[in-house]
Design a protein around this ligand. Structure first.
Ligand code: PAF
Length: 282
């Protein structure tokens, strides 16, 4: 496994792999790797000859009052995980390596951002689309792996790849959960013991909603109410949103049918957790 910190070394390494016609699987991350990332790396390892992992906490996707400075980082541990998962190249650039000057061009995501996390994090997905575009150009992957937990990010990236004809395939990977259903996240470490015990209620409320839909409920407002009531009763978190939208277009629904997502974000004292269930018509 090679750790590469400069763009010039990365370009040389990718050129060498490409010259041998090797397929490249890419897992972009901000580090502090957990089981969710491992699932992405495992899938990338299965499907490609070369696996590239990027670890870069991208300042462009953090708002002024967000957790850029305190975002958890542990590069030593991340290297161990990467080694165990059979990563070939870790790309771990500094902020000045990625953005030596203020960018003269950035991405502006126009659709799929005025809802869910995009609504409360203005500019977040512009920052994601900008860094992901840059990373795709550098790594030139055949396939790139994204978790379904960040379903809005996945939808935005799919739009980016389609609109700009990036020559790669996006591979969505299922959310990895703790034994009690809580979605794995780097931010779970910020939960107090009490909040950690409450947090599985998020996923339970989504599963409860799935059961109601399967039993014939089609009214999105009633389903949102049921999810919200349960979170308010069973946790001390503050609901940021509970939404039901079409997937992947993320448009409002009048009647719950077809392909849709039920998504939520809940703020605890030091962590904002997100989760979702995507239901696809069979
Ligand atoms: O999902 C993440 O960790 C980040 O948003 C990504 C895709 C690595 C871009 O910085």
């Amino acid at each position: 496994m090679r750790v590469i910190t400069t763009i010039s070394d990365l370009k040389a390494a990718i050129k060498a792999e490409k010259s041998q016609q090797k397929t490249i699987g890419f897992v972009p991350t901000m580090g502090y790797l957990h089981e969710g990332h491992k699932a992405l790396l495992k899938k990338a390892r299965e499907e490609n000859q070369v696996v590239v992992l990027s670890i870069f906490v991208n300042p462009l996707q953090f708002g002024p009052n967000e957790d850029l400075e305190s975002y958890p980082r542990d590069f030593e541990q991340d290297q161990k995980v990467a080694q165990e998962e059979g990563v070939d190249i870790i790309f771990h650039p500094s902020v000045t390596e990625m953005y030596p000057n203020e960018l003269s061009v950035t991405m502006k995501v126009k659709k799929r951002t005025d809802v869910l996390c995009g609504e409360s994090r203005p500019g977040h997905f512009d920052g994601v689309a900008t860094v992901v575009s840059k990373l795709f150009h550098l790594v030139q992957p055949d396939k790139a792996y994204f978790g379904k937990k960040d379903a809005q990010q996945l939808a935005v990236i799919e739009g980016l790849v389609n609109d700009f004809n990036f020559p790669l395939q996006i591979v969505p990977v299922d959310t990895v959960r703790e034994h009690d259903g809580l979605a794995k996240s780097s931010r779970n470490v910020y939960l107090s013991e009490k909040e950690r015990a409450e947090a599985p209620a998020l996923y339970r409320s989504l599963l409860d909603a799935v059961n109601r839909i399967k039993a014939g409920e089609v009214n999105p407002e009633r389903i949102v109410q049921v999810i919200s009531d349960r979170i308010q009763t069973e946790t001390s978190g503050q609901i940021d949103y509970v939404s039901i939208l079409t997937y992947p277009d993320l448009e409002k629904v009048e009647v719950v049918q077809g392909n849709f997502i039920m998504a939520l974000a809940v703020k605890f004292s030091k962590a904002r957790l997100i989760d979702n269930v995507i239901l696809v018509e069979e």
